[in-house]
Design a protein around this ligand. Structure first.
Ligand code: FAD
Ligand code: NAP
Length: 556
């Protein structure tokens, strides 16, 4: 790979200067770095973890794997990479995805520019020099013209505030912060709190090891079988041949960044038998695309009920104990209004004699004692506890950084009533600060690598455009931001998504404002909006030209 060396890295005492600081070395931070280096810009990536990979570095729980098929949940920017990498399974397990991230770091010579085990603590915009002063956990100060926050939507694991938890004597694990050493539950009594995607993937694996497993469920979720299987060389080859069309479709046409047959009608346009046959076929095929059976499942309650009833029926068929089956059947949110879970043997696991579902919907967990979880007035004695309790999603990792923009205003203060961005890419008052897959972009509603690549490409093009015109700063305007926030909200309200108490809404964090954070308009639509804005000279962004010049718009 040819790479233009940059001349603009400056070192002085504990200070250094780069064109761009990137925070985070997951798939977003790595690809951002790759594009910046190709542009000849100096860049430094800071990653608090001990290696690259982000999500796939931290989430090492048993059963962790992707829910978008690996042939699609992978970078598209390098045809050589996608032709040479061999995914072993339809949904690769976490160690393989982490290995892929490491391979990318090495293959594209990214490591020299990534500083691991280093947290970015703060970033302050200096209005005098129009640059960012970034402070890191190793006591260094880094000055950069631009900062890109690639901190991840699901990177801030949340430990709930449950009475007695610190006094528990056994081992406690969070799925999003899993130890690097193998954890062996053989012969142990284990408790799992939570029944979201992480729990649903890990429970069947833990159940096969543990002597006894108690699953503490507050809210049941809809899960579709993954139908995971090994990928044969022929299957990989066949897929690789159609990559150009797969990637094009995922970027431009798909709502969710996934290549799949799109629905051609609404659920109520089919009669009962035809509809059931369609759901059966989607269920047999497995995976997230179950929700693509019809085009109105997330728009219309009556249509949604048909899919939800079908899955509830499947749960009743699989789970032998009728009371357990009833408890596992979601009944308080439309199917798909929370990210659908994708599992291997989840519901059947409750037929095992060593697995007990504990319904905590009414009163939650009362307390954790040194040896037990107490719920419903009963003590469940355990040796180990797994918290599959999710994340402070989308804004959590950003809020942990002391980010100060114009007039010293912090991002946290600005977002106190909910995140405000223009396109999910920038926030007014914070010049030259980009967010990858920020709130207000499709992000978590999509195959995230598609969304990551789109944001990185857009940012890279924007920087090149600025350089070509000697523009020093770019910043979202208040008006554009307000309009975008209103649009994101309006689109969300036209769907069933806001009916669920989901982390999309911030509902899993006490006190977090209830705002629907991702953009539902669809990946393809969103890309066209972003491209159009760029083509028209970055409308909605204020640009300032020339060093230290007063802010003046150079674009409309
Ligand atoms: P991350 O991978 O989260 O990386 C962000 C990095 O930033 C982290 O390593 C973090 O340590 C670092 N960081 C944060 N703050 C700081 C700081 N202040 N200083 C330094 N470093 C910092 N999406 C899909 O599309 N398909 C899937 O199948 C899928 N499966 C998932 C499974 C799990 C268990 C989880 C939790 C998420 C999954 N996701 C999936 C979403 C997943 O997060 C994205 O697909 C993608 O990996 C995000 O990449 P990223 O680089 O944006 O963020
Ligand atoms: P999650 O969906 O937020 O689930 C957290 C679970 O913990 C919920 O069941 C929640 O119950 C429960 N919980 C939280 N606090 C609790 C408390 N105090 N007492 C009892 N229960 C409590 O988190 P996640 O499972 O980690 O998944 C987050 C997202 O990451 C997913 O939606 C998905 O986007 C991604 N992910 C993907 C995969 C994959 O298949 N590839 C795997 C894992 C994660 P309530 O619902 O009642 O709040």
């Amino acid at each position: 790979m040819s790479e233009t060396p940059s001349a603009s890295v400056k070192e002085q005492g504990n200070r250094s200067a780069y064109d761009v600081v990137v925070v985070g070395a997951g798939f977003a931070g790595m690809y951002m770095l790759y594009r910046l280096r190709r542009q000849g810009l100096s860049a430094r990536v800071f990653e608090q973890g001990g290696d690259v990979g982000g999500t796939w570095y931290w989430n090492r729980y048993p059963g962790a794997r992707c829910d978008v098929e690996s042939m699609q949940y992978s970078y598209s920017f390098s045809d050589e990479l996608q032709q040479e990498w061999n995914w072993s399974e339809r949904y690769a397990p976490q160690p393989e995805i982490l290995q892929y991230a490491r391979h990318v770091a090495e293959r594209f010579n990214l490591r020299p520019h990534i500083q691991l085990n280093t947290r970015v603590e703060g970033a302050v915009f200096d209005e005098g020099t129009e640059s960012w002063r970034v402070t890191t956990s190793d006591g260094k100060i880094v000055v950069a013209k631009f900062v890109v926050l690639a901190t991840g939507c699901l990177s801030n694991a949340r430990v709930p505030d449950i009475r007695g938890l610190p006094d528990f004597r056994g081992s406690v694990y969070h799925t999003g912060h899993w130890p690097h050493e193998a954890v062996d539950f053989t012969g142990l009594r284990v408790g799992v709190i939570g029944t979201g995607s992480s729990a649903i993937q890990s429970i069947p694996v833990i159940a096969r090891q543990a002597r006894e497993l108690f699953v503490f469920q507050r809210t049941p979720n809809f899960s579709i079988p993954a139908r995971n299987a090994e990928l044969t060389a022929q299957q990989r080859d066949a897929f690789r041949k159609i990559y150009p069309e797969v990637r094009r479709f995922a970027r431009e046409q798909a709502r969710n960044g996934i290549y799949a047959e799109p629905p051609d009608r609404g659920a109520l346009d089919d009669g009962d038998d035809a509809r059931r046959a369609k759901y059966e076929q989607r269920w047999a095929n497995g995976g997230l695309t179950f929700m693509l059976a019809y085009n109105n499942l997330i728009l219309d309650n009556a249509a949604n009920d048909t899919a939800a009833d079908f899955v509830r029926g499947k749960i009743a068929e699989i789970v032998e104990d009728s009371e357990t089956a009833r408890l596992l059947q979601p009944d308080n949110h439309p199917i798909g209004s929370k990210r659908i879970c994708v599992d291997t043997d989840y519901y059947a696991t409750f037929n095992r004699p060593n697995v007990t579902l504990v319904d905590i919907r009414a009163d939650g967990i009362e307390e954790i004692s040194p040896c037990a979880v107490r719920a419903g007035g009963k003590d469940y004695e355990i040796d180990a506890l797994v918290l599959a309790t999710g994340f402070d999603a989308m804004t959590g990792s950003l809020a942990k950084i002391d980010i100060r923009g114009r007039n010293g205003r912090t991002l946290k203060e600005k977002w106190a009533e909910g995140p405000k961005t223009y396109l999910g890419l920038m926030s007014e008052g914070f010049p030259n600060l980009f967010i990858i897959t920020g709130p207000g972009s499709p992000s978590v509603l999509s195959n995230m690598i598609v969304s990551i690549e789109q944001h990185v490409d857009w940012i890279t093009d924007c920087l090149a455009w600025m350089r070509g015109r000697r523009v020093e700063t770019i910043e979202a305007t208040k008006e554009a931001e307000e309009e975008w926030v209103a649009h994101v909200n309006e689109v969300a309200q036209a769907t069933l998504y806001p009916q669920a108490n989901s982390w999309y809404m911030g509902a899993n964090i006490p006190g977090k404002p209830r705002i629907f954070m991702p953009y539902i308009g669809g990946v393809g639509v969103y890309r066209r909006i972003c491209d159009d804005i760029a083509a028209k000279g970055y409308v909605g962004f204020a640009m300032a030209a020339g060093e230290q010049s007063p802010r003046k718009a150079v674009s409309s």
